[in-house]
Structures are given as C-alpha cells and as structure tokens.
Design a protein around this ligand. Structure first.
Ligand code: GDP
Length: 196
C-alpha cells in the first residue's frame, strides 16, 4: 500500500509541460586538436574519423531527443579557438545553456588552458548567473597510451570551479553519450532556473 501511495505521488509530479519542446545551446571550447569536432561527430552521428580538419570559425549540429519526458532540440556548437575569430566570440557564446571545455589527456598544455577558456567564455557569453553557470570539463583521448594528465588533476580543477568532470574517448566512443547527456540535463536545469 505504501508503495502504491508513493507511485501516486510520483505521477502527480510529472511536469505539466511534458509535451513542451525545449531548445538548448551547448558549446564546445578548448584548444585546437583536442577532439571537439570528433566528440560532436561521435555523439550526433556515431562516427569517428582520424582525419584532422580544423574548424574554421564555428560549426553546429543539432540533435533531437527525448530527455526525462521532454522533447529537446540540442544545438551543439563546435568552435575554432583562434584569435582571428575573436570578433565572432560574443555572438557565438551568448545564449549558451551549458559549456563543455575539452582538453586532451595526452597534452598538459591543453589542460592548463582550460582556465583561460573558462574566463574567455564568461567574458564573451556574459551569462546571468556567472557563479553558477554549468561547465562540463572533458578529458578526451583516453584511448591513447601516453596519457600525461592524471584523472585526479581534472577532478581537482573541477572541484575548485564547481564543474563536472568526464573522461572520454571520441575514437572508441567511451563515455561520450554520458558526458553529453549530463550536459543536456544540466543545460535544461539551468534554462529552467533562469526562466523563474
Ligand atoms: P578539434 O580541433 O578540437 O575539433 O579536434 P578534432 O576533433 O579535429 O580532433 C583532432 C585530432 O585528434 C583528429 O585527428 C582526431 O581524429 C583526433 N582525435 C579526436 N578525438 C580522439 C580520441 O578520443 N582519441 C584519439 N586517439 N584521437 C582523437
């Protein structure tokens, strides 16, 4: 009987906007070559290519999905981190609901750059809640043997900055789905809080 009562409570808690649609914007930043395009391509198209193609300016893919009983259209932006496109900055970053900062676990330089990327994002995007803006950090290329950044370093940075940490291999499709799903959920939550 108790279990039944519990179920009834849960049914009542199903959000009224169950059929409502949400549009989310998720942006990928980080040094060039860390695997931003590869992650996006693996997540959206389930494909990986070893070919390196530098993103010029920005590129985006959309994915429609059902998350927690809501239909969500996610726009995922892949950016080129060159100064040449800095003028695109604000327009590109603004309106993001979640920011993924990617580094390559075989490149300490790319790891040390995440701090500057976070600052750059906050300056350009100018979110309404900078102290609580959702950042997800991704240590990518875990399939490679010459890892140089231990998981602990990524975890510690995230702990200090209120970010969530994931390690992925875009190549072997490890943890990619999980990282993006987390990003989508946290983006939804962030959007909802800003609406209130
Ligand atoms: P971006 O500049 O950050 O968009 O980086 P790309 O997605 O273009 O990737 C740069 C290079 O790293 C490409 O040659 C990719 O094939 C390779 N790469 C990306 N992700 C992985 C990964 O998880 N593992 C391995 N081994 N290589 C990867």
């Amino acid at each position: 009987l108790d279990a039944l009562a519990q179920d009834e409570v849960e049914v009542q808690n199903v959000p009224l906007d169950m059929t409502g649609k949400s549009n989310l914007k998720i942006i990928l930043i980080g040094n060039s070559g860390v695997g931003k395009s590869a992650l996006m391509n693996q997540y959206v198209n389930n494909r990986f290519s070893n070919q390196y193609r530098a993103t010029i300016g920005a590129d985006f893919l959309t994915k429609e999905m059902r998350v927690d009983n809501r239909m969500v259209t996610v726009q995922i932006w892949d950016t080129a981190g060159t100064e040449r496109f800095q003028s695109l900055g604000a327009a590109l970053y603004r309106g993001s609901d979640c920011c993924l900062i990617v580094f390559d676990v075989t490149s300490p330089t790319s790891f040390h750059a995440i701090d500057a990327w976070r600052t750059e994002f906050l300056v350009q995007a100018d979110p309404s809640n900078p102290d609580h803006f959702p950042f997800v950090v991704i240590g990518n290329k875990t399939d490679l043997a010459d890892r140089q950044v231990p998981p602990r370093q990524g975890q510690e940075w995230c702990k200090g900055h209120g970010a969530q940490y994931f390690e992925t291999s875009a190549k072997e499709s490890v943890n990619v789905e999980e990282a993006f799903l987390y990003a989508v959920r946290t983006a939804l939550k962030n959007q909802k809080e800003n609406e209130l």
